[in-house]
Design a protein around this ligand. Structure first.
Ligand code: PMP
Length: 370
C-alpha cells in the first residue's frame, strides 16, 4: 500500500510558471548581488498594489519582504514581546507553528478556545476576559488553519471594538490563506477601522501560490513597527534573495490567471471530501470557507479498539493507527490545541484524495468503540 500524506501543509501544485521563468531569467541576468533589507522596490510595490486594488491604502514603505511568513512572525514576536510577563492571545484551534516560535523568545501564549458547535465564532465577551494590561499581541489567523473558518468584516470590527480599549495591544492577522477562499469575498483586517490600534498583516507566497520552498513572506503594517523589523532583518539575514523576489513580483501581476486553475481543483476536492465525510457516521466537521483543510471531530471514535486489540485514546493514537493500518497520514489535533480532532489536507491530486478517504472510512469502521 503506498503512503498517502494528507498531513502536510504544502499543496501538491507546482509553483506558477511566470514566477519560475522570471526567477530563472533574473538569476541568469546576474541578480545575485546584495539586496536591501526591506525587499526590492518592485515586489514591495506589487504587494502594496494588491491591497490598493481592494481599496486598502498601503504604501510600499509599509511592506517588509521576509524569508517566509514564519520569519515575519518571529520578528514581530521578538519586537513586541519584551518581557516574560507579556502575553500573546490566540484563538484556538490554531496552527502549532505559533507555539513553536514562542519557544525562542519572551512572553507567554494565552489560548482563547473557540468551539466547533458555534462555527468557531470568536465571542467578544470571551475575548475581553482574556485581555489585560500584559496583553501585547492578539494573533488572528484568517482564513484559519486548521478549521478553514473566515472572519466576516462585522466580526473583525466587533473584535476591534474590544481591542481598542487596550492601546498596548498589537493585532497580528496571519492572512497567508487569503486567496484560497470558496464562498466569495474575504475581508482583510486592513480594511477595517482600527481606531488607532496597531494592526499588522503577515502573509506569504507558500499557500496561495504553492511556493512553500521559495521561503517568501511579508508583513504589512505601521511604518515604525515595520522599520524596527526591517532593522532586525538587516542585522540577522541581510535580505531575501533578489531573484526570488523578482519571480514573485512578476507573478503577482498575473495572480488571477495563476489562481484560477488551483482554486477550481480545490473547490472540487473540497466538495468531494465533504461528501465522503458526510457519509461516515459520528464524524462532525466544519465546512471550510477558506484554506485547504478539513478538521473533523473524531471524539466518537476515542477511545476505540483496533482490530489488533490496541486502545486508542487520543488523536495522536488515532493518527498512528491510520498510518500503520492504512498508510494514511493525518495531522493530530493536539498540534492545534484541539484534541479529538485531526487535520486533513485536500490540496492533493483528486485520485489520491479519493483513495485516502476510502481508507479513512474503512479504518474507522474497523474500530470497536466503547
Ligand atoms: N501561518 C500559517 C497559518 C501557516 O499555516 C503556515 C504554514 N503552515 C505559516 C504561517 C508559515 O508559512 P511560510 O511558509 O510562509 O513560513
Amino acid at each position: 500500500m503506498t503512503d498517502i500524506n494528507l498531513a502536510s501543509g504544502a499543496s501538491y501544485f507546482r509553483s506558477p510558471a511566470p514566477a519560475i521563468a522570471t526567477a530563472i531569467a533574473a538569476l541568469e541576468a546576474g541578480a545575485t548581488g546584495h539586496g536591501t533589507a526591506e525587499g526590492i522596490p518592485e515586489l514591495r510595490e506589487a504587494i502594496a498594489q494588491r491591497y490598493q486594488a481592494d481599496g486598502i491604502a498601503i504604501a510600499p514603505e509599509q511592506v517588509l519582504v521576509t524569508p517566509g511568513s514564519k520569519q515575519a512572525l518571529f520578528y514581530l514576536f521578538t519586537t513586541l514581546l519584551q518581557h516574560d510577563s507579556d502575553e500573546l492571545v490566540i484563538p484556538t484551534p490554531a496552527w502549532g507553528g505559533f507555539r513553536e516560535l514562542m519557544a525562542y523568545g519572551k512572553g507567554k501564549l494565552v489560548e482563547l478556545p473557540t468551539a466547533a458547535s458555534t462555527g468557531y465564532r470568536l465571542d467578544s465577551a470571551d475575548l475581553r476576559k482574556k485581555l489585560n494590561e500584559h496583553s501585547r499581541i492578539l494573533l488572528l489567523t484568517n482564513p484559519c488553519n486548521p478549521t478553514g473558518r473566515i472572519y466576516t468584516k462585522q466580526e473583525l470590527e466587533g473584535i476591534l471594538s474590544v481591542t481598542r480599549d487596550f492601546p498596548d495591544l498589537t493585532i497580528i492577522a496571519d492572512e497567508i490563506y487569503d486567496f484560497i477562499t470558496y464562498n466569495g469575498a474575504f475581508t482583510s483586517i486592513l480594511s477595517c477601522e482600527g481606531a488607532g490600534q496597531e494592526i499588522v498583516v503577515v502573509n506569504g507566497f507558500s499557500k496561495s501560490f504553492a511556493m512553500t520552498d521559495w521561503r517568501l513572506g511579508f508583513m504589512v503594517g505601521p511604518t515604525e513597527l515595520v522599520s524596527r523589523c526591517t532593522r532586525f532583518q538587516g542585522a540577522t539575514l541581510a535580505g531575501v534573495s533578489n531573484f526570488l523576489q523578482k519571480g514573485a513580483a512578476s507573478m503577482l501581476q498575473q495572480r488571477t490567471e495563476v489562481l484560477k486553475p488551483m482554486l477550481e481543483v480545490l473547490q472540487e476536492n473540497r466538495r468531494l471530501t465533504a461528501a465522503v465525510l458526510h457519509d461516515i457516521p459520528h464524524l462532525p466537521y466544519f465546512y471550510p470557507e477558506g484554506a485547504y483543510y478539513f478538521f473533523p471531530d473524531f471524539s466518537y471514535y476515542l477511545p476505540g479498539t483496533t482490530p489488533q486489540g490496541t486502545t486508542l485514546t487520543s488523536s495522536q493514537d488515532l493518527c498512528q493507527y491510520l498510518k500503520d493500518e492504512v498508510a494514511l497520514q493525518l495531522y493530530a489535533g493536539e498540534n492545534f490545541g484541539a484534541s479529538g480532532h485531526a487535520r486533513l489536507s485536500f490540496a492533493v491530486e483528486k485520485e489520491t484524495l479519493q483513495e485516502a478517504l476510502i481508507r479513512l472510512k474503512e479504518a474507522l469502521e474497523g474500530l470497536v468503540v466503547q
